[in-house]
Design a protein around this ligand. Structure first.
Ligand SMILES: Nc1ncnc2c1ncn2[C@@H]1O[C@H](COP(=O)(O)OP(=O)(O)OP(=O)(O)O)[C@@H](O)[C@H]1O
Ligand SMILES: [Mg+2]
Length: 276
């Protein structure tokens, strides 16, 4: 890990909406190039506040954020934003265009993509998220899940090197979620330096991340590989989180004297391991 490029460094970050309580309290962590990091924590633990701070939308009361070696400040804000894509928790706040196509185009125009390439990019990404039929529709008349699909298409079309997803697929049905997940997987295979910070309540998704960050009441309480966290009953209980099905199963098997190795990290591999 040490030779990996540090793309994001957050150091001692604190933020408060009101005087009596910090929404973020002395949070420090790093994200390295090519990583897929999941940020988890119960409702109100500070995840979206952290995402807003990372986009420079709120000014921390303490601490620093450094992206690509550049401190996040007024001077560097636009350069940094140009390299980051974010899909916010509530897609309504994200639409600027009067049609789905305009909306995807808006980001591309800002990124100075030549006009003659734009149509092809818009059509490709609309199709990737299953929204080709809706290019002429008004974004505000779409369903929640369709809005999320458009917001994701708009961000992916920009080809950012760092993407922050804040519950970006929370309103998608299981099939839609699986489609977006395989689209992102494919994009990471095509571009191994694509780096993802994904805020999620989907514990199964978090368990598949390279590393997880756990927030509790504004404080970081865990940073590392998913497995040690999901096997730690006390930490799980104190953060109000649950263990993914696979981990529960592994813990039960361990009680029966069957110790499943760490590399068995999905149900298919577990089945193979047990049938051996
Ligand atoms: N605009 C705001 N004004 C005042 N307090 C806020 C505001 N936004 C969030 N908070 C408070 O800050 C804390 C952290 O909120 P945040 O939205 O970051 O949580 P979260 O981890 O994203 O939660 P969720 O899982 O529900 O999305 C909460 O206590 C919340 O009530
Ligand atoms: Mg949130």
């Amino acid at each position: 890990m040490s030779e990996q490029k540090e793309l994001l460094k957050v150091n001692g970050l604190s933020y408060a909406y009101s005087e009596d309580k910090n929404a973020l309290d002395d949070v420090s962590f790093s994200v390295y190039e090519g990583e897929n990091v999941a940020l988890i924590g119960h409702n109100g633990s500070g995840k979206s506040t952290l995402a807003k701070a990372l986009m420079g939308l709120i000014e921390p009361i303490q601490g620093e954020i450094t992206f690509f070696g550049l401190p996040l400040n007024r001077k560097n804000l636009y350069e940094i934003r140009g390299k980051i894509g974010i899909v916010f928790q509530n897609p309504d706040n994200q639409f600027v265009g009067s049609t789905v196509a305009d909306d995807i185009a808006f980001g591309l125009e800002n990124a100075c993509v030549p006009q003659n390439q734009m149509q092809e990019i818009i059509e490709r990404f609309a199709s990737e998220v299953g929204m080709s039929e809706y290019l002429g529709h008004e974004p505000q008349n779409l369903s929640g899940g369709q809005k999320q699909r458009v917001a994701i298409a708009g961000v992916l079309a920009m080809k950012p090197s760092f993407i922050i997803f804040d519950e970006a697929t929370a309103m998608l049905d299981p099939k839609g979620r699986a489609e977006i997940s395989s689209l992102v997987k494919k994009m990471r295979e095509d571009n191994p330096s694509l780096t993802i910070l994904s805020i999620t309540h989907d514990i199964e998704e978090a368990s598949r991340a390279d590393r997880i960050l756990v927030l509790n009441a504004g404080k970081k309480v865990y940073e590392g590989k998913p497995a040690p966290f999901f096997h730690n009953k006390e930490l799980l209980a104190s953060t109000g989180l649950f263990s993914p099905f696979l981990y529960k199963l592994k813990d039960e098997l361990a009680k029966q004297g069957i110790n499943v190795p760490e590399e068995v990290d999905d149900l298919r591999k577990l089945e193979e391991f047990l049938c051996r």
